[in-house]
Design a binder for this molecule. Structure first.
Ligand SMILES: Cc1ncc(COP(=O)(O)O)c(C=O)c1O
Length: 494
């Protein structure tokens, strides 16, 4: 056997090379941000297209960085949905602002794991301070302590786990076997993450009560009270209510103050899901929509939705951090530090954690309270304009109020059955999105298929919202012209 004479490659990318490549990446990002609005929002690829272009085997030999950057441009970017596009109006927009990108970059460079205080004191302490700022920005009292998780789904999972801990049943030690069933309550419009939490935590989806909603999509508090009392009378154990401010489908707002009163009387944990809408609480004039949320035991608000923070970043606030800690703290010998400090690993499932606070710190400092307020306020203003255009148009209608920056609407010219209208609106959505000029999503509300336009991207200006409206009308007229009932859409105009 002959020994290889090839030089052994060890060590990182040499710093001079890093500097040069880093400049190229920075330049790429800057040009991308300048031109993202000129790209199609949605890529025109089919499932498997990108995969088929990627080599099936990993490279044996080192490859030059320029080749990677070129492939990134040629193979990856054409398959990207541009969440940073100013005409991204689908779901709830999530975008990467300049300071957020730069903060993310620095966090990656430091590469710290903020599991323990000593594994990066500044990461732990900055997270505490930044979340105090964020709580102050949205008007929450100082009694709320914050922690960052990756997503709202994970924040809600932790809320439900804390609620389970708070109800005094020794689930942590003994599991759920043999216990009376625990009941969790939320509305029919709650995000699916609530049900996932019930599944993951062994509550079981059949023990999740989806309380009916009223005409405006709000949880019916009387029905909630009745469900709790029925469950108690059957020997079950109600333990938690998840209310929503800004439901995913239509952004409706549950009567949180009333629900909080009930939770107090019934001794139930109240978690408020404000993952999307929470950012609007930065505006004094929007605070009425958050009435009572300060009485919640926990709240989730996602900076990666409407606070210009690159994925991922979900802020979880609780007035009872000691319960969360009691639910999760578990310190093996190899993680004992012997110091009297707060270790973030004690507040959740995960051990290792990214330095997410850095990007949020940059964003809050770079824009400041005023800068954030003016941007969120502008988004709400633009959405109201759009809602006004829909309201004025004889062939379109809104299907729900628009309390934040999201408008749910549909084309509804007279003379069509509900079934046909569903089909027409579906085609409208597909055709608009196929143009690549903007991206809208849909929902079904009270049985009707409808479109959702959500304004929340930091790069969106009024002209983008206006162009989307013109495109929607124009596309719908073309669809109508090609349907057998042509002629019904004569009211449609550009
Ligand atoms: C109200 C609400 N809660 C929770 C979530 C889940 O968010 P995440 O993707 O951060 O888990 C969403 C997502 O849109 C949402 O709208």
């Amino acid at each position: 056997m002959t020994e290889s004479t090839a030089p052994l490659r060890t060590g990182d990318m040499p710093v001079p090379e890093f500097r040069e490549n880093g400049r190229a990446v920075l330049e790429w990002i800057a040009s991308y941000l300048e031109t993202v609005g000129d790209r199609p929002v949605l890529p025109s690829v089919r499932p498997g297209d990108i995969l088929s272009l990627l080599p099936a085997t990993l490279p044996e030999k080192p490859e030059p960085f320029d080749a990677m950057l070129a492939d990134f441009d040629d193979l990856i970017v054409p398959g990207i949905t541009h969440w940073n596009h100013p005409s991204f109006f689908a779901y709830f927009p999530s975008c990467a602002s300049g300071p957020g990108i730069l903060g993310e970059w620095l966090a990656a460079a430091l590469g710290v794991n903020a599991m323990l205080w000593r594994t990066s004191p500044a990461a732990t302490e900055l997270e505490r301070r930044v979340l105090e700022w964020l709580a102050g920005l949205v008007g929450l009292p100082a009694s709320f302590q914050g922690i960052l998780y990756d997503t709202a789904s994970v924040s809600t999972l932790h809320a439900v786990a804390a609620a389970r801990e708070a109800c005094g049943i020794p689930v942590r030690e003994q599991g759920l076997a043999g216990l009376r069933p625990l009941n969790l309550y939320t509305s029919e419009l709650a995000h699916s993450s609530v049900e996932k939490a019930a599944i993951a935590l062994g509550i079981g989806s059949s023990n999740l009560r989806k309380i009916p909603i009223d005409d405006l999509g709000r949880m019916d508090a009387d029905a909630l009270a009745a469900a709790i009392s029925r469950d108690r009378s059957e020997g079950r154990v109600p333990f938690c209510v998840v209310a929503t401010i800004g439901t995913t489908s239509i952004t409706s707002v549950d009567p949180v103050r009333e629900i909080a009163g009930l939770c107090r009387t019934e001794n139930l944990w109240l978690h408020v899901d404000a993952a999307y809408a929470g950012a609007a609480a930065a505006l004094p004039e929007m605070r009425d929509r958050f009435d009572g949320w300060e009485q919640a035991d926990s709240i989730v608000l996602n900076p990666h939705k409407w606070l210009f923070t690159p994925m991922d970043c979900s802020a979880f606030f609780t007035r009872r951090p000691e319960i969360l800690r009691a639910a999760f703290a578990l310190v093996p010998e190899y993680l004992k530090s012997g110091e009297d400090e707060d270790n973030l690993m004690d507040y959740g499932v995960q051990l290792g954690r990214r330095f997410r606070a850095l990007k949020l710190w940059f964003i809050l400092r770079y824009f400041g309270r005023e800068g954030i307020q003016s941007r969120v306020r502008e988004h709400i203003r633009m959405a109201r304009h759009f809602a006004g255009w829909v309201d004025e148009h004889p062939d379109f209608e809104r299907v729900a109020p628009a309390p934040f920056g999201t408008v749910c609407f549909r084309a509804a010219p007279g003379g069509f059955t509900e079934e046909t209208l569903d089909g027409l609106n579906r085609r409208l959505l597909e055709s608009v999105n196929e143009t690549g000029e903007c991206f809208l999503s849909h929902t079904r509300h009270r049985g009707q298929f409808c479109l959702r336009l959500s304004v929340g991207n930091i790069r969106t200006e009024e002209r983008h919202v206006h162009d989307a409206w013109v495109l929607i009308q124009h596309t719908f007229r073309k669809i109508l012209e090609s349907t057998p009932q042509a002629g019904i859409g004569e009211n449609l105009s550009d």
